[in-house]
Write a protein that binds this ligand. Structure first.
Ligand code: NAD
Length: 500
């Protein structure tokens, strides 16, 4: 059984906390590794290391920082398969899906390599006679990222490439459920030439998170995870004077209008609801067909596809969907399917009966694709984020009813509409109160040079992640006003200076 240690000051370091927990392979249900859990003292020591590395890194020119990230990007491309394998072995997602995750993260590194351009400041000449003003962005210091299990490489890469490019030093606290990807990333950053202490990884649970939240040398926290924890991180971090961006959970609706291409919409729903076993914050978990006729046609098309889903371990290249991440996650999803039935939703395809019969994988955490029809907004399968391969269908009679349904939900991460009508699509993208919108695109995850973030209970804090929002989050602005001899007045001024 191997042990996953922390990474501080450019090397793997063991733990003195005496605390650890097993890491499971969800495909087999076997525990193959142990991850160390950091104590408060260990987290504080990592922050001290990152603090010591900050002045040197902040003084490194943006171009040099960019070149190190560029080298890291090349290493990532070359070792894509290694990172994807490490992800799949602990998360359970298919190998191709893991590769896709790495590539979407890598795109943020590509964005960050452009940092010299992103940091170009503002300059105003002659704001007064002989007086000029310029505004520049400065790094914050030590910043931390606390990340969820479902994208163990991509979500950290929403954060640290931009944070490092801006001149900050970084502490990553990855999910303790799939911690190995972060160690490969740390090693490869070091190999790319990142100075010691600039990027550090501490593994852990609430104790490690609380240590980061209370350490005054941590200037900003980026969090992605479930809404209750996001709320806690935001409240505690801001109360301790930190800048905080905390992205939370989701329940993403897809409206299917009567004029939509139903085959296109069906395929989109299959990928968006069941890809990665529904463990994506941008998964579509609610289908909203407009009119019963559309709903009936959709059910007819979806059922055979859901029943034919190929579910297997990541080593099976045919698999379309893997297991859930842990036994507890599996039990939770099964519990929601039971509840949906109790609450009166129509269970059209029941994933509870799925059995993995591949030899060696019988104890993996598999749940079959599940479809509920006639779901109503008061049901828990509708209100709660299930985070599993469960698609709920809520029928609506009109476009406006469908939009009102979305507006009644607490979460507002992503949404989509399938239609061929430009007018409806335009109205939807303008009016809907959701952070990320797709028109005939089921999972509208913005590219790296745009920014990722929802609205309402899907985000706490003011900045979305990556793109220019990331640059703004990880820097603070300094504005300098200069006067040269030709602008100097020879009298003292006692009133509020006005330059005009
Ligand atoms: P989680 O909230 O359980 O854990 C996220 C992080 O918080 C982990 O690093 C974990 O160690 C830490 N944590 C857990 N409990 C804590 C506590 N009590 N105190 C302090 N820290 C704690 O989330 P998860 O199960 O790993 O990930 C799934 C969730 O993440 C889903 O809700 C999903 O929607 C959300 N998510 C959101 C986005 C987004 O962009 N909005 C992206 C990915 C995942």
């Amino acid at each position: 059984m191997s042990t996953i240690s922390h990474f501080v000051g450019g090397k793997a370091v063991s733990s003195t906390s005496g605390r650890s927990q097993p890491v499971f392979n969800p495909a087999t249900g076997e525990s193959e590794k142990t991850v160390l859990l950091a104590s408060t003292d260990e987290v504080n020591a990592a922050v001290e290391t990152a603090k010591a590395a900050f002045p040197g890194w902040a003084a490194t020119t943006p171009l040099r920082r960019a070149r190190i990230l560029d080298k890291f990007k090349t290493i990532l491309w070359d070792r894509l398969d290694d990172l994807a394998t490490a992800i799949s072995a602990e998360h359970g997602k298919t190998f191709d899906d893991a590769k896709g995750e790495v590539i979407r993260g890598l795109e943020v590194v590509e964005f960050a390599v452009g940092i010299p351009s992103h940091l170009i400041g503002d300059y105003s000449a002659q704001v007064g006679t002989g007086v000029d003003t310029f505004a520049l962005r400065h790094p914050l210091g030590v910043v931390a990222g606390i990340t969820p299990f479902n994208f163990p490489a991509m979500v950290p890469m929403w954060m640290f490439p931009v944070a490092l490019a801006c001149g900050n030093t970084f502490i990553l606290k990855p999910s303790e459920r799939d911690p190995s990807a972060s160690m490969l990333i740390a090693e490869w950053l070091t190999e790319a030439g990142l100075p010691e202490g600039v990027f550090n990884v501490v593994h852990g649970d609430k104790e490690a998170v609380d240590a980061l939240l209370h350490n005054p040398d941590v200037k900003a926290i980026s969090f992605v995870g479930s809404t209750p924890i996001a709320q806690y991180i935001h409240a505690t971090g801001t109360a301790n004077g930190k800048r905080v961006q905390a992205l939370g959970g989701a329940k993403n609706h897809m409206i299917i209008m009567p004029d939509a291409d139903l085959d296109m919409a069906t395929n989109a729903l299959m990928g968006a609801a069941f890809g990665s076993a529904g463990e994506r914050c941008m998964a579509i978990s609610v289908a909203v067909p407009v009119t019963d006729a559309v709903a009936d046609a959709l059910v007819e098309k979806l059922v055979p596809k859901i029943e034919a889903l190929k579910i297997g371990p990541y080593s099976d290249s045919e698999a379309e969907m893997g297991p859930l991440v842990t036994e507890q996650a599996k039990e939770r999803v099964l519990g929601y399917i039971d509840k949906g039935v109790e609450e009166g939703a129509k269970l059209v395809v029941d994933g509870r009966s799925f059995k993995q019969d591949k030899q060696g994988y019988e104890n993996g955490y598999y749940v079959g694709g599940t479809l509920f029809d006639h779901v109503t907004p008061d049901m828990s399968v509708y209100r709660d984020e299930i985070f599993g391969p469960v698609l709920s269908m809520v029928r609506r009679d009109s476009y406006q009813d469908a939009v009102d349904l979305i507006h009644g939900h607490n979460y507002a991460n992503g949404t989509a509409i399938f239609t061929r009508d430009g007018d409806t699509a335009r109205a939807f993208s303008h009016d809907v109160e959701v952070g990320m919108v797709g028109v005939n695109v089921p999972i509208p995850v913005p590219m790296a040079f745009h920014s990722f973030g929802g609205w309402k209970a899907s985000i706490f804090g003011d900045h979305a992640m990556h793109g220019m929002e990331g640059v703004r989050f990880y820097t603070r602005i300094k504005t300098t006003t200069t006067r040269w001899p030709s602008g100097i007045r020879d009298d003292a001024q006692f009133t509020m200076p006005t330059l005009g």
